[in-house]
Ligand binder design. Structure first.
Ligand SMILES: [Zn+2]
Length: 431
């Protein structure tokens, strides 16, 4: 399917919008710097949310706080933290006269921890440009995308126009652990005709074609403590946890067998990943450890559900109980954080065709197709609302790693593409 003919832009207007984007280059970088300076890890998102409120105000839009209210609805994942003081912040543009289609621009302000800060070339929350790239935690994932849609909206105004349809902007929390911020905002506000989420591509500008689901499981092993001189009398909780982890390694290999991979992920090396992401355990080096807790992130291939993978996890743990190394150990499994379904994006949707076209027009390049072995908030809109979604974004490197970065030109290209897309999708009226 190609976009409807009414999605084409007057060439003079397109030129004016692109020129306006270019005149905002420094401002776009400044916005990204401001966002990266906010160390918005889980539970600490307030500085980035406040910054977003200021950004909306600068666009002449009134910020509105949307609380994350988690219900029994399976769209929500089990929370890790209370939500007080961490409300998502949105802004709504209303045209004088609605003529085009409504659009939702979405981005998450939460970032993953910086890890060992001494390994970073420059401090993770002090953004810096080196060799044409902007470095900092969250620079790529995904504060660049947010800076791009803020500037895209400003560019339309600077070109003398504004969207002739409602535009919602959602800055949300917890994309990295539950997706609950996105779900809460989606449920609280009117449905839009399309959603755009500028999540970063994997070292290239990319368009997400599919994404895996994810389940987070926490496994607590309680062994039998003993002095090491009576080592045999005890059950070592850390070693017992290792036995369980080994069983998940075998599970991971099974899940990546070619016959289990959905066609949307063909050609992707090892798309279903099981990550032993955290471990806490032991009390004293000369004591057999009493307790060990591990946090596992388990991927969900398209065609399977998060609930099925949850059952897999419980079964693997149940089977591990029979292992002699675990005799006498107590094992508890809890599910907090992601209980997220996998999703295939409709790449024939008009918003996707428009994204590709605007990206080409804005940059002269093209978006690579990206079946993602990680997830975005895009699934909510596809699976719950049936809304067409384009997840595409700039070239980012080392997201979740050390020296995360985004290409400066890529950031500007994304801004230009988003500005053209907004004008074409929503239509324009005089600002
Ligand atoms: Zn992201």
């Amino acid at each position: 399917m190609t976009p409807d003919p009414d999605l084409s832009l007057d060439p003079g207007l397109a030129r004016a919008i692109l020129d306006a984007c270019d005149s905002l280059r420094e401002a776009t970088i400044e916005t990204l710097f401001r966002l990266v300076r906010c160390p918005s890890t889980l539970g600490n998102e307030h500085s980035a949310l406040d910054e977003m409120a200021r950004q909306y105000e600068a666009l002449g839009l009134a910020p509105r706080r949307i609380p994350t209210v988690v219900t029994e609805d399976p769209i929500f994942s089990p929370p890790l933290l209370p939500y007080e003081g961490r409300d998502n912040v949105v802004a709504l543009h209303e045209p004088r006269e609605r003529r085009g289609r409504s659009l939702l621009l979405q981005g998450h302000v939460d970032v993953v921890p910086a890890g060992a800060a001494e390994l970073w070339t420059s401090p993770p929350f002090r953004p810096e440009i080196r060799d044409g790239r902007i470095y900092g935690r969250g620079a790529g994932d995904m504060k660049a995308g947010i800076a791009a849609w803020l500037s895209a909206f400003a560019a339309l105004r600077r070109a003398g126009v504004q969207p002739a349809a409602p535009v919602q902007m959602h800055a949300v929390i917890e994309e990295e652990c539950t997706g609950n911020g996105a779900a809460a905002c989606m449920l609280a506000l009117p449905r839009c005709d399309a959603v755009v989420i500028p999540e970063p591509g994997p070292g290239v500008e990319a368009l997400y074609t599919a994404e895996v689901g994810v389940v987070w499981a926490w496994i607590t092993v309680t062994g039998r403590p003993a002095h090491v001189r009576d080592k045999q009398a005890g059950v070592n909780a850390i070693e017992a946890a290792q036995v369980i982890v080994d069983r998940f390694r075998r599970y991971e290999e099974e899940q990546n067998r070619p016959e289990r991979i959905h066609p949307a992920f063909r050609g992707v090396r090892h798309p279903v990943n099981v990550n032993l992401g955290s471990i806490e355990g032991g009390e004293w080096v000369s004591s057999v450890p009493m307790r060990c807790r591990i946090g596992l992130r388990v991927g969900v291939m398209v065609g399977r559900s998060a609930a099925e993978v949850r059952e897999d996890i419980l079964r693997i743990v149940e089977e591990a109980r029979a292992d002699p190394a675990l005799a006498g150990a107590r094992i508890e499994v809890t599910f907090r954080g992601f209980m997220a379904e996998p999703c295939v994006f409709d790449t024939a949707a008009p918003i996707v065709a428009l994204a590709r076209r605007c990206y080409a027009e804005a940059t002269g390049g093209s978006l690579s197709d990206y079946p993602a072995p990680g997830l975005t908030d895009g699934r909510h809109f596809v699976l719950r609302q049936g809304t067409q979604v384009a997840v595409f974004g700039p070239d980012a490197r080392d997201i979740h790693g050390v020296d995360e970065s985004v290409g400066v030109e890529s950031l500007h290209g994304c801004t230009r593409a988003l500005a053209l897309l907004m004008a074409a999708w929503c239509g324009v009226e005089k600002a």
